[in-house]
Design a protein around this ligand. Structure first.
Ligand SMILES: [Zn+2]
Length: 380
């Protein structure tokens, strides 16, 4: 999913041809472009879309070719190109190590096992274990990412979820009191390391710990190569009431996340289609669990009432994750599992970035009219 070029000549113009794409529909047709960085400019940037072409090519058995033009400007630089912002196995390991160093009492990192090639399969558990509610057992939310190793946006979303849940944000504190979050941030570490795009086998073969709490949510995070926005796939149910119940979480998420589209969310497709999440879960799911695939576009999103697409950045992917996390409070308040006795300004608060910060400073902003506009346009 990425490659490096060194030893170029300055002002050398090159056309790269990436061959053997099979999909007719591609975000390259909607303005997506590869990302580039170089030694002297280490931040990933998207190439201008006008330099990118996606077309069927007779020389490649009529498969598609993506070509892009690039002009090198510094001889000493090493240039790196990628399909989307990379999120590598080592990046995850550094991130998890930095979390561990904070010694948070409500965060536990376990090794579920090692992959075939001896990489760690990490499991995070986030909950306030000092808080035991005598009358109700805690709910269990389970989240996984990168079963498809090429889908790096899923890792940014997943990190956003984790960042939020371990933060000092009041919503995160309430959630930790009532919910146990179990997160496997990289289900396929070998595939990620080797740079495979899709490889459906979970390499490792480990046993899922039998958790003695009711699993209420399972969310498997993916990235989508042809659709815009964040959206979800759910299960097919005969029971209309259950279909409605399943729609509650995505509807609430749509109110919280400007880039999440409820209209793209569909429940008439089996989530198993998108991955192996449920097989991975074995017998943990029952009638009262909800199982979703959360998809996020490799490229961009469109907010309600706008026709312009906004390309995702690492930061906006993470923001989607933070919004997913805080939506659990809305969900559990709506069904009265969590009784709300906190000031109202927290209820629908906007969470600003706090990546990498350990001071727990988080901006709290109320909902504005554009949110309500969005809700209206979604319902119609
Ligand atoms: Zn996928």
């Amino acid at each position: 999913m990425s490659f490096q070029i060194r030893g170029c000549h300055s002002s050398e113009r090159v056309i790269f041809n990436v061959v053997n794409f099979s999909k007719t529909k591609s975000l390259y047709r909607d303005g997506m472009s590869p990302v580039v960085k170089s030694t002297s400019r280490p931040k990933w940037q998207r190439l201008p879309a006008k330099n990118v072409y996606y077309y069927r090519c007779p020389d490649h058995r009529r498969n598609y070719v993506m070509s892009f033009a690039f002009c090198f400007d510094r001889e000493d630089d090493v240039y790196q190109f990628a399909y989307c912002y990379p999120y590598t196995y080592s990046r995850l390991q550094h991130y998890l190590a930095s979390l561990e160093r904070r010694n948070l009492p409500y965060l536990q990192r376990d090794q579920l096992g090692l992959s075939v090639q001896q990489r760690r399969l990490d499991l995070l558990t986030i909950t306030n274990s000092d808080h035991q509610s005598p009358e109700r057992e805690k709910k269990l939310v389970f989240l996984t990412a990168r079963v498809h190793p090429g889908e790096s946006p899923a890792s940014f979303v997943c990190q956003g979820v984790i960042d939020f849940l371990v933060s000092q944000h009041p919503v995160a504190q309430v959630l930790r009191d009532h919910v146990i979050f179990k997160i496997v941030p990289m289900l396929n570490p070998d595939g990620v390391y080797l740079g495979n795009y899709r490889y459906d086998e979970v390499s490792g073969g480990f046993v899922v710990v039998p958790w003695r709490v009711s699993l209420e949510f399972y969310i498997d995070v993916h990235a989508h190569s042809t659709m815009l926005n964040g959206f979800m796939y759910g299960n097919v149910f005969e029971d209309e009431e259950r279909v409605q119940r399943q729609a509650v979480f995505p509807r609430l998420l749509c109110q919280n996340a400007p880039d999440f589209s409820f209209s793209n969310t569909s429940f008439n497709r089996d989530v198993v289609k998108a991955g192996t999440g449920r097989r991975f879960l074995g017998g943990l799911l029952d009638d009262t669990s909800y199982c979703y695939t959360l998809e996020v576009s490799f490229y961009s999103y469109m907010t309600a009432g706008s026709t312009a697409t906004v390309p995702y950045t690492e930061e906006t992917y993470m923001k989607l994750g933070r919004n997913v996390a805080r939506t659990f409070l809305d969900y559990y308040k709506q069904n009265n599992f969590i009784k709300d006795n906190r000031p109202t300004h927290i209820q629908n608060s906007e969470v600003t970035s706090q990546t990498g910060s350990s001071n727990g400073k988080v901006g709290v902003v109320g909902r504005d009219s554009s949110d309500r506009e969005k809700e209206k346009s979604i319902r119609h």
